[in-house]
Design a protein around this ligand. Structure first.
Ligand SMILES: NC(=O)c1ccc[n+]([C@@H]2O[C@H](COP(=O)([O-])OP(=O)(O)OC[C@H]3O[C@@H](n4cnc5c(N)ncnc54)[C@H](OP(=O)(O)O)[C@@H]3O)[C@@H](O)[C@H]2O)c1
Length: 349
């Protein structure tokens, strides 16, 4: 079988490994991952045996490996919160996670872009970015077919020159004015502080903090020119409580919280409000799958039982707060870090 990138998978084992690698890359944000639909990766004519092998869900150990690599960036949320749960409870939840992997192999998309959809749904003209051209194009087509005004740029926010280019595009699209800048991009490395490498440090620091700082600098003239500017950072409850294995990630979010306060003070004179939203434990498809297993549900419920609102949040419960904070209804709110966490951070346990 020949993949669309020219690689040849010579036997059923290689096909299975290729499919598994694809799943792993998708979860860990590896390069070259374009869509959750494997069929687009292969030439149309394949044998029945090849097809069966390709559609086979990865073996337990392979799924476990992929799940363990998740915090780099993706579905269960990069806080390490999700990851710790999966590792602790692997024996109980493995079947459910494998079932979720099966959904993934069948092309069930992971929910993303709630903030884009929320703002565009209120009539905002949105320009978003992603490192993944195909994924971005597909989503933009979908949004445009729903009548939402969304465009996008391919941009790796870790690269300064690409941030410059992104904001040049934004300036030209919006005629030098911008009402809302949302700094959402984030990755996490879930490790003990002693295990964090120099590369981890610069990756996470640059993606989560440096990129947002620089985008604010670049966005400042546009936000000021609009006469009604808003910056929203997506922080995390990890900046309030010490979640295990999260020191690096949490530090970037802590820095973000302080930047929120400083910029709010510096730029109030320019009619720019600056706020942060700090989400807690946000629901993902894997969590849904896990909760179908009564025993796993019990463990998960115990984990979140400390929340005054004892359930995981939904992506739209975060995106709606992003929209609110930008509305005129929130015109007297600036410099705040608002936890959207079901009360988790105020329980004291
Ligand atoms: N989910 C949670 O439970 C949770 C809890 C607290 C805080 N948060 C915060 O919420 C934000 C969104 O996370 P999520 O849960 O929605 O995770 P996600 O699905 O993994 O989203 C991460 C986003 O960051 C973008 N990104 C990462 N590195 C990038 C780079 N170098 N250049 C451009 N874009 C980059 C990704 O874009 P592409 O992959 O398309 O390039 C993706 O849109 C993050 O800041 C995270 O820290 C999440």
């Amino acid at each position: 079988m020949v993949l669309s990138d020219g690689r040849v998978l010579e036997n059923a084992k290689a096909i299975h490994q290729g499919a598994t690698k694809y799943f792993h890359d998708f979860l860990t944000g590896g390069t070259g991952v374009e869509t959750a639909d494997l069929s687009s990766l292969i030439n149309p004519t394949i044998s029945e045996v090849d097809n069966e092998m390709l559609c086979m869900v990865p073996f337990e150990e392979e799924v476990k490996d992929a799940i363990s690599s998740i915090p780099k960036h993706s579905s269960p949320g990069p806080d390490g919160f999700g990851l710790a749960f999966y590792i602790e409870c692997w024996d109980i939840i493995k079947q459910d996670v494998i079932d979720a992997a099966r959904d993934f192999f069948n092309g069930v998309p992971l929910p993303r872009y709630a903030i884009v959809e929320e703002l565009a749904g209120f009539g905002a003209i949105v320009h978003t970015c992603s490192r993944n051209q195909t994924e971005l194009n597909d989503r933009i087509q979908e949004w445009q077919s729903k009548g939402l005004e969304v465009s996008g740029s391919v941009c790796d926010l870790k690269i300064r020159a690409q941030r410059d280019k992104l904001m040049e595009t934004v300036s030209s699209l919006f005629h030098g004015k911008l009402n809302i800048l949302v700094n959402n991009a984030g990755i996490a490395v879930s490790k003990e502080a002693t295990e964090v490498t120099a590369e981890d440090f610069s990756d996470v620091m640059c993606t989560n903090f440096e990129s947002g700082y620089h985008l604010c600098q670049l966005g400042h003239p546009l936000l000021k020119a609009s006469g009604n500017g808003n910056i929203v950072f997506i922080s995390s409850v990890a900046s309030f409580v010490a979640i295990p294995h999260c020191s690096l990630y949490a530090s970037t979010k802590g820095a973000m919280n302080q930047l929120t306060k400083n910029l709010a003070c510096e730029w109030a004179k320019d009619n720019i409000r600056v706020n942060s939203i700090a989400p807690g434990f946000i629901r993902t498809p894997l969590i849904d799958a896990v909760e179908e297993n009564p025993e796993a549900k019990k463990v998960l419920s115990h984990l979140i039982s400390r929340f005054p609102i004892p359930r995981a949040g939904k992506p739209e419960e975060v995106s709606s707060v992003v929209a609110f904070i930008c509305f005129p209804a929130a015109s007297y709110i600036t410099g705040q870090v608002l936890c959207v966490d079901g009360g988790y951070t105020v329980t004291g346990v």
